[in-house]
Ligand binder design. Structure first.
Ligand code: ADP
Length: 668
């Protein structure tokens, strides 16, 4: 990217945040004693949860409560604490109905009822349960770990939108996201954009879908080799249904692909292997960044200021026939490397085999790297990738939650896996619909005896991401803001100039010393609710629930930078059109009549495209798509639910693709 380019500028505001985070990191590291050192025993924990839905545990206790001892709830002095209402009931004993607050007999709205805590159903949270529980406690919201008869404000799902039937409130998954980010679907979606905007989408390695595109792969590789005999590429083969590095292998030549047997039954993506990654301590590493898709329409994207860096455990060498199978050298997956004797679990966030991304940035900036540019490129990559995913996501959304029908609103935390090349260019490896939110790892106490212990680095990053996602989605925020406008002023007003702060601080300190004397003997030392939080809200005389929380770790990047990226939303606009002509609500299939109406309304028919030709085109698209889904059915790799969703959406994307190709019916 050129100096002074708009993309470069978009990271300017980020710099202050990123630098502050890295400085904070540095300060922390100076005071922190680092007991983590080489030679820790081998651990067996797997990090990422499988993408394939697994049977849900019967209740939250099975996978959550027991692992991390629950922290004590915040202690408020009796005189200051508000009475806790019974679940689902206001203090007057009336059941709460969504969107309505109960009235006192005087007819006045009950302030407490309208400021009830946000309710979260965590019964399907699975492996994110521990981090979710901490987040809910920090926010002083109300958790329903076993579900609730009445509707909740927020439903937290561990796997997909369909974990539970929901008709109102908000849910932390979009319909179709799991299908959209599978390796093959993601590669297809990005390729459509690469065809349209090759320069803008050069952050994704060239990929081919196997077995369908095997011949194309062979031919294209040969063509490049013919043009440049010195080109000695390496490719990485990744099974579509795989995760955690499962089934991945490197090859030097297309003929090395294990075509026999497995590939037919296990479609895969073969991709150019990035041979020159950036190394730290001679090790390859990747970045897991958390991205919040807050809304699809209008598009709203947030990026977490910090993420994780996962390290290989064997010094890196460029691939050669002797080291191709060294997984600890080439694959950064935590789930693989944790089994290496060299894996280092560290209590520090800046050492060991899993670190915070901010610690990496700090290290790079201390070596003179322009981390502003690194962030800028990462933000572009994230926005462009989400833009590639949105067209089909909208079709899924329309099918599950048709416009105008009652249904929940959706948001989702995505895990972006990014590799930095030696020249610091970020490369997208994959997107995870269910990034692991586990905050503990297994420790071997004695041979064969394992215990789950909290992982500092995971907790630091993941709790902040979940908590701040909830804060951004808070359905009662507006209500609270209107009740306490003075305490919900923007940050600029909340943090007046230093001189003003100093005098008001002195005043507060004297107030606090009075409150403190009342609290004498009571321990308020809790990491989740630091002493000052309760004291601060006490001194304010009301319940600003955000007073004790740090600033939000998620930063908006879209629509903030919409101007620079809107021109890429071409397919997105076509998806909007497609959805308009779907006809019957709740379906993803465009019928022949809908297709004709579409062609007519868009004035696409002409002397060279008669309506008869339009009908033939429709039949052709349908036939192509049906044969494609038949192949998938034969291969047995897709579940029935995926068939009914993926198939029909694919129909939509084939349609869009054909339009982009100029209605020639070729190249599907
Ligand atoms: P999985 O879902 O199984 O983790 P990934 O696509 O994330 O599959 O790949 C696993 C690991 O392989 C990545 O974490 C990364 O270390 C490495 N990897 C994947 N694709 C590439 C690539 N194109 N070039 C270099 N390394 C890659």
């Amino acid at each position: 990217m050129l100096r002074g380019s708009p993309e470069r500028e978009l990271a300017a505001w980020w710099e202050a945040e990123a630098v502050a985070a890295t400085k904070a990191q540095a300060a922390k590291e100076q005071v922190r004693v680092d007991p983590g050192a080489a030679g820790e025993p081998e651990r067996k924990a797997g990090e990422e949860q499988p993408k394939e839905p697994a049977p849900a545990p019967p209740c939250a206790a099975e996978e959550g409560d027991a692992r991390i001892p629950p922290r004590p709830p915040p202690t408020l002095p009796v005189s200051l604490a508000k009475p806790e209402p019974a679940s689902g009931l206001c203090p007057h004993g009336k059941s709460r109905i969504k969107g309505r607050s109960c009235k006192r007999s005087s007819g006045q709205p009950d302030e407490y009822c309208s400021l009830r805590p946000v309710t979260v159903d965590s019964s399907k949270a699975r492996t994110s349960l521990d981090a979710l529980k901490i987040s809910i406690r920090q926010l002083k919201w109300k958790e329903f770990p076993f579900g609730r008869r009445l509707p909740c404000d927020i439903y937290w799902h561990g796997v997909s939108f369909h974990d539970n039937d929901i008709f109102s409130g908000q849910v932390n998954k979009f319909p179709g996201m799991t299908e959209m980010v599978r390796k093959i679907t993601l590669s297809r979606a990005v390729r459509i954009m690469q065809n349209l905007f090759p320069e803008e989408y050069n952050f994704y390695p060239r990929s081919w879908i196997l077995p369908d595109e095997f011949q194309l792969f062979v031919a294209q590789v040969q063509m490049v080799k013919d043009g440049d005999p010195s080109w000695k590429p390496t490719f990485i083969v990744k099974p579509d249904s795989g995760c955690q590095g499962d089934g991945i292998y490197l090859i030097k030549d297309p003929s090395d692909i294990r075509l026999s047997g497995t590939l037919q039954s296990r479609p895969a993506v073969v991709q150019e292997y990035i041979c020159k990654p950036l190394l730290i301590d001679k090790l390859k590493f990747d970045i897991r960044l958390y991205v919040l898709l807050k809304s699809l329409e209008p598009l709203e994207i947030y990026i977490a200021k910090d993420g994780l860096s996962r390290f290989c455990t064997e010094p890196y060498q460029e691939p050669n026939p002797k080291n191709l199978h060294h997984i600890f050298m080439h694959l950064t997956n935590y789930s693989l490397n944790v089994h290496s004797g060299n894996f280092v679990h560290s209590d520090s966030t800046s050492t060991g085999s899993k670190r915070t991304f901010s610690s990496i940035l700090y290290r790079l900036s201390s070596k003179g790297v322009d981390i502003k540019k690194v962030w800028s490129d990462i933000i572009s990559l994230v926005i462009k990738t989400v833009i590639a995913l949105t067209p089909q996501l909208k079709v899924f959304h329309q099918s599950d939650i048709p416009a105008g029908r009652p249904g929940p609103t959706c948001f989702q935390i995505l895990g972006f896996d990014i590799l930095l090349m030696k020249n610091l260019k970020p490369i997208l490896l994959e997107v995870n619909a269910n990034p692991s939110m586990r905050i503990e790892h297994e420790q071997e106490l004695s041979p064969g005896v394992f215990e789950n212990v909290p992982s500092l680095v995971d907790e630091e990053v993941k709790v902040a991401v979940i908590r701040d996602t909830l804060r951004l989605m808070d359905p009662l925020k507006k209500k609270r803001e209107s009740h306490f406008p003075d305490i919900y002023m923007d940050r600029k007003h909340r943090f007046p100039p230093v001189s003003e702060r100093m005098s008001s601080l002195k005043l507060q300190l004297s107030k606090l010393s009075i409150v403190r004397s009342q609290l004498l003997g009571k321990s308020l030392a809790s990491k989740e609710n630091p002493p000052h939080s309760d004291l601060a809200s006490a001194s304010q005389g009301n319940a600003n629930p955000d007073a004790h929380l740090p600033s939000i770790c998620l930063k908006q990047v879209f629509p903030k930078y919409a101007k620079q990226f809107n021109y890429l939303r071409l397919v997105d606009r076509m998806a909007n059109l497609f959805i308009r002509f779907l006809g019957i609500k709740g379906t993803m299939k465009l019928g022949p009549t809908g297709f004709r109406t579409f062609i007519r309304s868009c004035k696409l028919s002409s002397s060279s495209l008669s309506m008869a030709a339009v009908d033939i085109l429709y039949i052709d698209i349908t036939r192509r798509w049906n044969s494609m889904t038949m192949d998938q059915r034969d291969s047995g790799t897709h579940h029935q639910p995926l068939m009914s969703h993926g198939g029909q959406t694919g129909m939509g994307s084939t349609f869009l693709f054909l339009l982009l190709k100029g209605q020639d019916g070729g190249g599907g």
